[in-house]
Write a protein that binds this ligand. Sequence first.
Ligand code: 13P
Length: 274
Amino acid sequence: MKPLIVANWKMNPISRKQAEHLFESIRKEICGIQNIEVILCPPFIYLDFISKKTSKDIKLGGQNIFWDRQGPYTGEISPQMLKDIGCDYVILGHSERRKNFKETDEIINKKIKAVLKSRLKIILCVGEESRNSFNKDGRWTGEVDLVLREQVLRCLEDIDESQMANIIIAYEPVWAISTTENSCVAVPDDALSASLLIRKTMHQKYNEKIARSLRILYGGSVDSKNVIDFMKEDGIDGVLVGGAGINSSEFTRLVKAVSGQYLSAEQKTVISRF
Ligand code: 13P
């Protein structure tokens, strides 16, 4: 499976002109990169024109959806609408939605079930709010395990094994997100411990095959300098970036760093001839 790089643009940039510029600069730079999967998740309002200009190297995703396909839900967007406009993915359960819009695991579970009927793939975000669950020696105390386990199990309630091929889990500790007040940078070990815990939970809920094949991303202050450290970890299949995704030169540096890392020896030799 190719490593995944997902850029969550959140509520950025402020104008269509800037969004066009951001998209075009990214597309120009990363066009032709095939050994990784790049997914851009712009605000809904920019999806239409971006989907008309995107190439097969860049996939699109939404940042949220409602749990019904159509009807009297003022201000909402359905999974079928996202699919229709050209999206392949949708982010669900981001901590900013959990916090600002009181999205609970039960609501996220309802959304997951709705998305699974639409052939979109889900990027399900989970992550603890505070790092206090580490004791003063920096060791994981177990409290985080409980929070993560519960989030995963509640969000995936009644989701059966066959549907798991359409779900990716992104571990995003809230304390490591660049815009969190007093945020602190996570170390690759934090991401690895969380990924092991998520895989263990999947093993208990489903089986070993699901635990091994589940794609797990890490998100939280990832940039072009630290991305390889996170991606070097065995259980981490990609990254979900915020700030680095809305800066075209930083994002293309990040994509190229990962792409270079994953080139086969044969590809590297071909490139070094130029
Ligand atoms: P940053 O990369 O800015 O920390 O944001 C992470 C995030 O929330 C992506 O969804």
